[in-house]
Write a protein of this length. Structure first.
Lengths: 302, 316
């Protein structure tokens, strides 16, 4: 089996950036991932990625993918199921095949946090969703609740408000956490109502979602609930490798994006890097740094 | 006028910091001598994630256009000469006036290192250049010298090969430091002569004509003198231009009262862009980060702006 210089697990901004830089540094690399573009696919609008302005997350994602293809950085679609440490290399087992590499960059990001409400599973796909992507039309003329108060919740609420009859934002604190620019927009939109200091305690409905119950027992008639309560790290691979994580499950990284295991680097939302700000541009920067780390690691070994 | 934040520098790190600060609705002023800095010299950038290829000039234009849509205040063509504290706030002074802010981000980047030899300053813009993308076309069918045999020098030579008829590349050490692949490419053109162990001592040129208005009759580069360090002999070569690529230099003395500078003049920061003075943040190549890359500088700019936002919030 061919041994790659570098295998990158994850194909979001961090993974693709790592691939671009790895390729430019002359490393022979392979990206393995499930979803090209990762979580940016779910962003309504991206306005803070320097140099590419006013695009949807999907559009930005397409540009990243086009760049990866243009540079002929090999990509394999697959879910990584295991990483085995061998002497001087790592063996990667996916649900389809296996690969070998001298160094790894873990860039498999985060996933949407699920709500812990009784019987929520019953309504998933029947009113409860975790991402809108660019499909605001699904909410046409509907009564919608968005739970969450950060940028993602604010953005989705604004997007949905263009189609929906009414959008409630339900947030557990007294002030939204989103950037001021989004809060200003929300304040100007008539069919958005923010409900502060609240939470959802129950969901009601015969077949699909019909009502949500707030903690003060108040009921709101909504047929769609969008959960935007942030993300949690994908941890499925980390434990068996013995990679050090923080108390929330994010991979601890050093300045050069190295982990506690020689030859394994990590980049993007999955790490504790970049002051935990977790931005597209910081993910890309971490990807580049990790690729440089991998390059230095390989040159030292030679 | 009291600003929340003053960003010093209009390169990738400073502009990204500006985009982030503006989106947080911080009352922000960005002061810069020029836009882009080092990247304006890059003819083709292949590693800006999401963009297959773009020139440095175009990329910084897109970034600054984006910045300007958010409506932050900008002062161009200003060089900051002093940064000091005033109570809890900071005073930033440029060559024209002074400004006050609650927090500061320094993102002034690096500038090309000068040789500090006779003739270099005198003939700057009159044959002496640091930027082949900008000036190469002026040397069509002429003879030029590139000082510095590393990758930066090779890149200059690659740009010059299309125009110049002869290129000398002078390297101080025993062998060329740049990539072998590029060296071979340059050799194949038949135009390039490599000179090692060369300590460049002087750039000579024609004297300005007397009694003429400034600029109109000033002299131009005619030759270059270097010492062959093996033989200790001086040599003079006739050249019409001298391109200098002997590395980059940090220049942050203006902030020295509030930040720690390392041996090579970079500002010491922690991993979250803090300096020894709370409220003064640093992003990009002027800091002591290990890797200097465009996308990394932008990441640092975003981090510094978000750290400054947190700092301001906690101060309230």
């Amino acid at each position: 089996m061919k041994t790659h210089d570098l295998i990158i697990i994850g194909a979001g901004p961090a993974g693709i950036s790592a691939g671009i830089y790895g390729k430019n540094f002359g490393l022979e690399c392979l990206i393995i991932g499930e979803e090209k573009g990762g979580l940016i696919n779910a962003a309504y609008k991206v306005e803070n990625y320097p140099g590419i302005f006013g695009v949807s997350g999907k559009e930005l994602s397409k540009k990243f993918i086009a760049h990866q293809k243009h540079l002929k950085i090999p990509f394999k679609n697959g879910l990584v199921e295991g990483i085995v440490r061998q002497k001087n290399e790592f063996k990667i087992l996916t649900n389809k095949d296996s690969h070998q590499a001298r160094t790894l960059i873990l860039a498999f990001g985060t996933q949407f946090r699920k709500l812990t409400i009784k019987n929520i599973e019953k309504f998933e796909g029947k009113g409860v969703s975790y991402r809108v992507d660019d499909r605001a039309f699904l909410f046409k003329n509907r009564m919608v609740a968005v739970i969450g108060g950060a940028n993602a919740a604010a953005m989705s609420a604004v997007m949905i408000s263009e189609k929906a009859k009414k959008v409630y934002i339900i947030y557990r604190r007294e002030k939204l956490r989103a950037d001021a620019i989004w809060i200003n927009r929300i304040n100007k939109i008539k069919n958005i109502q923010v409900i502060y200091n609240s939470n959802i305690v129950a969901l009601k409905g015969k077949d699909g979602l019909e009502k949500i119950v707030l903690q003060d027992k108040k009921e709101l008639e909504v047929s769609s609930l969008l959960v935007e309560t942030g993300c949690v790290p994908n941890t499925y691979l980390i434990h068996e490798l013995g990679i050090a994580v923080d108390e929330n499950g994010y991979i601890r990284t050093e300045k050069d994006q190295s982990t506690n295991i020689d030859g394994i680097f990590a980049a993007g939302d999955i790490t504790t890097g970049s002051n935990e700000f977790r931005q597209i541009i910081t993910a890309c920067a971490e990807g580049a740094i990790a690729a440089l780390g991998a390059l230095n690691y390989i040159s030292k070994k030679k | 006028m009291l600003y929340d934040l003053i960003i010093i520098g209009g390169g990738p790190a400073g502009v990204t910091a500006g985009i982030y600060a503006a989106r947080k609705k911080l009352k922000t002023l960005l002061i810069t001598k020029e836009w882009g800095g080092q990247i304006t010299k890059a003819k083709e950038i292949y590693n800006w994630p999401g963009t297959k290829v773009i020139s440095g000039m175009e990329l910084i234009k897109q970034m600054t256009d984006q910045l300007k849509t958010f409506g932050i205040e900008i002062k161009e063509n200003r060089e900051v000469i002093d940064l000091d504290k005033k109570g809890d706030n900071f005073i930033v002074r440029d060559n024209d006036q002074e400004y006050e802010a609650k927090a500061v981000i320094i993102a002034t980047g690096k500038i090309p290192r000068a040789l500090n030899i006779p003739g270099e300053a005198q003939f700057r813009g009159k044959g002496v250049s640091f930027c082949a993308t900008c000036d190469a076309p002026l040397f069509k069918n002429k003879t030029v010298a590139v000082i510095g045999g590393g990758n930066a020098g090779f890149a200059l030579a690659v740009d010059l090969v299309d125009y110049a008829k002869k290129i000398y590349i002078l390297e101080f050490f025993e062998e060329m430091k740049g990539d072998l692949v590029t060296k071979e490419k340059l050799e194949k053109t038949g135009k390039v002569e490599f000179i090692v162990n060369a300590a460049v001592k002087e750039i000579k040129g024609s004297k300005p004509a007397p009694y003429r208005a400034e600029g109109s009759g000033s002299g131009f580069v005619e030759s270059l003198i270097y010492e062959d360090m093996k033989t200790s002999k001086d040599h003079e070569i006739k050249v019409d231009g001298v391109f200098i690529a002997v590395g980059m230099m940090a220049k942050a003395e203006f902030a020295a009262k509030l930040v720690e500078l390392n041996q090579i003049g970079e500002i010491v920061i922690d991993k979250d862009n803090y300096t020894k003075t709370p409220g003064v943040f640093v992003a990009g190549d002027i800091s002591d980060i290990k890797y200097e890359q465009l996308v990394i500088a932008c990441g640092e700019g975003a981090k510094a702006a978000l750290a400054a936002t947190d700092y301001l919030k906690n101060k309230q």
